[in-house]
Design a protein around this ligand. Structure first.
Ligand code: TXA
Ligand code: MG
Length: 304
């Protein structure tokens, strides 16, 4: 699917200020050279994203992250334990940090992540610089978990195809600016992070400078209306089931929230393509990745 030659071409495009979509273990990212303001601006334009939404900077390893941000003892612990992986850490920028301020949306902090995907890591190694990458979808739409999803919404200079993303929801975002705080639930469960830290994460404040657009109400919306905690479909609805609730579209027939997370955006895309008036979604348990799934569903169902 992706050759060494493709990686070299993609890296050259990024260094020349272009946009390349690439797979990560969570969702596909729309990548640009983090040190070029213009390339970063092109991302906001391509996504139609409000400019106050800061982006995640992707780096090849922990050492590359230390060169950009200041890590507290808790930040060090989480980086050592969970990178590469579906966890983003928000830390203070170093004074000499070369990442475009546009990528931080003017904040004195930086969101950093080492992705656990061989193509992402090969690309980062070939670029030799930090790469900013939001999810590769138009702003406010469903995140892409295949190259075809990317192609349906955006026209980057190149798309590296790595097949379907294993995790299927975005990374968990934890701020380490004061007490460790969960800004966005995601592919790494809150409980897993809390047991590594040995204490509970604070919740995100609503509003304020740290406001995370992952928290904008209707951020993950399909075209169809959404009805949650539905026991069955009504007339004009397509049902998205979970566990024994059955149906042609089922997030996880065996009732596994990890499998459901991996299927979530793909199935929402599939059902949305059928253009129903409304998508009726079965109740999803709240444990583990269920928190992130319910969070995305709640936003998708918010009035817009
Ligand atoms: O899994 C992922 O995280 C994917 C893949 C491509 O890595 N990326 C992704 O990026 O979801 P994006 O831009 O769609 O979401 C970035 C999240 C937003 O919720 C944003 O508010 C938060 O990270 N964020 C970024 N920088 C921040 C900062 N300095 N302070 C607080 N939140 C920040
Ligand atoms: Mg996104």
């Amino acid at each position: 699917m992706t050759s060494a030659n493709d990686i070299a071409t993609a890296a050259a495009l990024i260094l020349a200020g272009g946009l390349v979509a690439f797979p990560t273990e969570t969702v596909y990212g729309l990548g640009a050279d983090a040190t070029q303001d213009h390339a970063v601006a092109k991302i906001y334009a391509a996504k139609g994203r409000p400019q106050f939404n800061p982006l995640i900077t992707h780096v090849v390893d922990v050492e590359a992250a230390f060169a950009l941000g200041k890590f507290s003892a808790d930040a060090l612990k989480l980086a050592a334990r969970f990178w590469p992986g579906p966890l983003t850490l928000v830390v203070p920028r170093r004074a000499d940090c070369p990442v475009s301020l546009l990528a931080s949306a003017g904040l004195p902090s930086l969101a950093l992540r080492v992705p656990a995907h061989p193509i992402a890591l090969e690309l980062l190694r070939a670029v030799g610089r930090p790469v900013v990458a939001p999810s590769a979808n138009p702003s406010g739409r469903i995140s892409p978990t295949t190259a075809a999803h990317v192609r349906a919404g955006l026209t980057p200079d190149m798309i590296l195809d790595g097949g379907a993303c294993a995790v299927g929801v975005e990374s968990t975002v934890v701020s380490l600016l004061d007490r460790p705080r969960l800004l966005r639930p995601g592919g790494l469960a809150r409980e897993t992070i809390e047991s590594a830290l040995g204490f509970a994460l604070e919740d995100a404040e609503t509003g304020g400078a740290l406001h995370s657009p992952g928290q904008l109400e209707s951020h993950y919306a399909p075209h169809a209306e959404m009805r949650l905690n539905a026991v069955q479909a009504e007339v004009g609805e397509v049902y998205l089931g979970f566990g024994a609730s059955g149906g042609a579209h089922n997030l996880s027939p065996s009732g596994d929230v990890v499998e459901a997370a991996a299927n979530l955006f793909r199935m929402l895309h599939e059902i949305d393509a059928l253009k129903p008036k409304c998508i009726a979604v079965a109740p999803i348990p709240h444990s583990g990745l269920g928190e992130a799934i319910n969070d995305r569903l709640k936003r998708a169902a918010a009035p817009r």
